[in-house]
Design a protein around this ligand. Structure first.
Ligand code: SAH
Length: 257
């Protein structure tokens, strides 16, 4: 990669970070859904250790912390997200048991069997569902839980336009039954799966982006990278409204055996 490309790449990276830092969540979800997923998990105490992988700025982590005992470590690749994460934890007076660290999900700095629960909302796709479940398993105690949300197909077949979009964005997208089979093969009892309701996309993910997009387009008027980023986000939202009966996010909860 030439220096010129590198600087363009870094600029993109900073811009994307700035855009998503302005949002409470960096993926579809809601406090109600986090609490619902938690309702399938029953082994937590004050001594419990929980990891939230690809935690972003911690929207879901803070909800988790307010509903479970124990210590939570959030980990994300982007330092700007972790700064906000730790700021948010302090604002809620959770800094004593909620800590954000910078790191990558494909090289986690954890000990074997360290955790009672591994959480990851809308982030495991970065290394792939199957690889993540396989590689993260060693960090869980036997009887510990994994809870991840992931883009999934609701039907066996779907229109070509949305199929092509996802094959490009995340070829790992698959049907719910295939994902559950993968979870089982990776060494977990599939405890529960449920589809995230539409408001996780509309109200909690796409709606807050509308105002951020307006501000961004003004701030970066004439900037091609910013315009392309926003055009992409808008296109993705339009596709969701058009094809939401064919795909969505699904929570998968498993217990390590
Ligand atoms: N869990 C948050 C964020 C989801 S967006 C929420 O639901 O709101 C996906 C997150 O994964 C982003 O914060 C991104 O920075 C992070 N990410 C991407 N690649 C990563 C990696 N290799 N290791 C850790 N985090 C990563």
């Amino acid at each position: 990669m030439s220096n010129e490309n590198k600087s363009i790449h870094e600029f993109d990276f900073n811009l994307i970070c700035e855009y998503f830092s302005s949002l409470e969540r960096q993926g579809p979800g809601s406090p109600e859904v986090t609490i619902k997923a938690l309702s399938f998990i029953d082994n937590l105490t004050n001594e419990s250790r929980i990891a939230d992988i690809g935690c972003g700025t911690g929207g879901q982590t803070m909800v988790l912390a307010q509903h479970v005992p124990g210590h939570i470590t959030g980990i994300d690749l982007f330092p700007a997200f972790i700064d906000l994460f730790n700021f948010n934890a302090a604002k809620l007076n959770l800094q004593g048991r909620v800590k954000g660290i910078v790191g990558s999900m494909d090289n986690l700095p954890f000990r074997n069997e360290e955790f009672d629960l591994i959480w990851s909302e809308g982030a495991i796709y970065n290394i792939g569902f199957e690889r993540g479940l396989n590689e993260w398993r060693k960090f869980l105690k036997t009887g510990g839980y994994v809870a991840v949300s992931e883009a999934s197909w609701f039907t066996e077949e779907r229109p070509a336009e949305i199929d092509a979009f996802w094959q490009d964005a995340y070829p790992g997208i698959d049907t719910i039954s295939n994902k559950v089979a993968r979870m089982q093969k990776a060494g977990y009892i599939p405890v529960a799966t449920f589809i995230l309701p539409e408001n996780c996309w509309t109200e909690h993910f796409y709606a807050p982006q509308v105002a951020v997009q307006e501000i961004f387009l003004k701030k970066y008027a004439g900037n091609k990278t910013a315009e392309e980023l926003i055009a992409n986000e808008r296109h993705e939202a339009q596709l969701y409204y058009k094809y939401k009966e064919y795909y969505g996010y699904v929570f998968y909860i498993g217990m390590k055996i």
